[in-house]
Design a protein around this ligand. Structure first.
Ligand code: GGG
Length: 357
């Protein structure tokens, strides 16, 4: 069986880490006899916008809907396209139209990487953020009145539905139930945001009746962020709304030393539409073009894609390969964010070589 993969590098360092993501993917595919057919697309990028005045072609949905998965890089080039235009014109369209309602973001302290938190070692930080991915604070419902005048009014609503909330909570409970610690943490702000968030808490309690083995903690987001930094070892599976999940899944990897290694999966669990795999990091205009971005977030996202496609062994081999290269700690190979003087390509090549050996 051949898996058809749509490859979309996007913007900035997305274009630099994608070749290394593909190098590792192809090395794993060849080692495990997996047939991949890659189709490359230049849309969902600000370069495409510069040429066409939009982020996506009109037929993007038809073009992508029958792929088995999408491997994406990063979006955003604020010097030419405002960030909300590029994000809403691309990634957020994919998540919503392909009903990728789970955003799964592992957060793990990897060997050889120094956490900025004192005395943390691999194993101490190992949790998942499960982010609601199609509604909530990202619903884009609202508008402006009297724009540009003294009477200007701006309104934006958070939309939470029982259908949308229960399905992400179910996924999070099931993930927690499958892990040894069986622990779920829910992030809200129920004292201040007094309608949607207490309601989310009620849905957590209701869903919990189906999972008596799972221990549940509920935290306000403010103290939760403090505890991510002070006690990252407390967490196993953390479930949150779209915005809170986005923030937590940058903070978590930052506690593991670099956001450059963090992967994510935007999943349509029913398989009706392709799921999308992308590093958590964005296009990083500050380092784009320098060839020094860490490719592990992209490579690990490719590993998550292989697991999603049913190739757990190949996925594990990719993770073992980058863990081995990091543990070896050759500074000439590693990128600067993890203490090296190497490049995106030197780190990518070292990981692919491990997979080939
Ligand atoms: N590779 C992920 C990416 O480009 N992220 C840019 C970003 O700002 N994403 C916001 C989001 O994930 O909602």
């Amino acid at each position: 069986m051949t898996h058809r993969i749509a490859v979309i590098p996007g913007d900035g360092i997305g274009k630099e880490v994608m070749p290394e993501g593909l190098r590792a993917l192809e090395a794993a595919a060849s080692r495990f006899g997996i047939a991949l057919e890659l189709a490359h697309f230049d849309f969902a990028s600000c370069d495409y916008y510069a040429e066409h005045g939009k982020m996506l072609p009109d037929d993007w949905f038809e073009t992508l809907k029958d792929f088995d998965a999408i491997l994406y890089g990063a979006v955003g080039w604020p010097a030419t396209v405002p960030d909300h235009v590029s994000l809403w014109g691309s990634l957020l369209q994919f998540r919503r139209r392909f009903d990728q309602y789970i955003n799964l973001r592992p957060c793990r302290l990897l060997p050889g990487i120094k956490s900025p938190l004192a005395d943390r070692k691999p194993g101490d930080i190992d949790f998942y953020v499960v982010r609601e991915n199609t509604e909530g604070e990202y619903s884009s419902v609202g508008g402006k009145m009297f724009e540009g005048t003294e009477r200007e009014v701006v309104i934006q609503e958070t939309v939470m539905t029982r259908h949308g909330t229960d399905r992400v909570l179910k996924f999070a409970y099931e993930l927690a139930a499958s892990r040894p610690r069986k622990k779920l943490t829910s992030a809200t702000k129920s004292n201040g945001i007094a309608i949607t968030m207490p309601w989310w808490d009620e849905r957590v309690a209701e869903m919990g009746k189906r999972y008596p083995d799972v221990t549940v903690d509920q935290f306000h987001i403010d103290i939760l962020t403090a505890n991510f930094v002070m006690h990252p070892d407390w967490f196993d599976v953390v479930v949150a709304s779209n915005l809170f999940g986005d923030i937590l899944s940058d903070l978590g990897p930052a506690c593991t030393g670099t956001i450059g290694v963090a992967p994510s999966a935007n999943i349509n669990p029913e398989g009706t539409f392709p799921s999308l795999f992308e590093p958590v990091h964005g296009s990083a205009p500050d380092i784009a073009g320098k060839g020094i971005a860490n490719p592990i977030g992209q490579i690990w996202s490719g590993a998550m894609m292989l697991e999603h496609l049913g190739h757990k062994e190949a996925s594990d081999a990719i993770v073992s390969a980058f863990e081995a290269v990091l543990a070896e700690g050759d500074r000439s190979v590693l990128t600067p964010d993890v203490g090296g003087s190497g490049t995106t390509e030197s780190l990518g090549r070292a990981i692919a070589a491990r997979l080939e050996s």
